[in-house]
Design a protein around this ligand. Sequence first.
Ligand SMILES: [Fe+2]
Ligand SMILES: [Fe+2]
Length: 285
Amino acid sequence: MKITEYAKHLLLAPNLEDKLLPPPKQWIDDSDQKSIRIETPGRNHKLQFSDKKIKIPRLEHLNLESNRGLTLHHFANHELMAIELFAWAILAFPDAQKSVRNGWVKTIEEEQTHFKMYLNRMSEFGIQFGDIPLNYIFWKQLDQFQSVESFSAVMSLSFEGANLDYSQVYAKVFSYFGDEKTSEIMIYIFEDEIKHVKRGVRAFEKSIPSEKNSWEHYLSLIQFPFTPRRAKGYLFFPETRYLAGLDANFVKQLAEYEDEYTGRVNLESVKKFGLGSELMRKKQA
Ligand SMILES: [Fe+2]
Ligand SMILES: [Fe+2]
């Protein structure tokens, strides 16, 4: 199977089953094709984008299963967009290095696994995918995706990077409420997302000009109103970025970055969870 055919299927076919079709075991990278920029994914009526603002449940309300389910729904939506947008990149950037393109295929497969893990767990909490409106925050960044580097800066260094913080926060909070099963899902996904950010770092770092450092280069690739705030959670776990291969200056600059949104989250309310800087990792078998 040609990889562009597979990518088109994920993007344009309307149903969830289509989006979850795993990559073919053997595929041909027909990357001599022209760049194709698909503006919107195919989605059936249950999967439509919505502009309704839906707040993610507060951490202190995650004692309730229904709130845990709604939280996982939020995360599953991110996974679905990631599946589509890595397929999008395969079509949009035929000239990307082979290793980068292979990485996108691998990432798609892992995002599909994450999606299914969330889906199964939230259905145990009585929530089905599509029960609440689906935002399209990743798809809104399409204009920024002008190159492999800017795509990697936004998708991997920013969104997937922030997910490293959030998966740690939620692993800890689910565990605090005695839900080890959901906590372990977060840790499983955290470990995969380290690899995803690392893939993004590799795709991005080749293009750093000699007169710039990686942070300056990152800033040159993202466009306002998208800011580095998107690249971290309201709690920041610097160690996770080292695991993903980012350099010390980048991590320091990201840690120090502030804008007008900084401080809007009431951190007092999360203190009781004892969210220290120590990471939760997969237990070694
Ligand atoms: Fe994921
Ligand atoms: Fe990812």
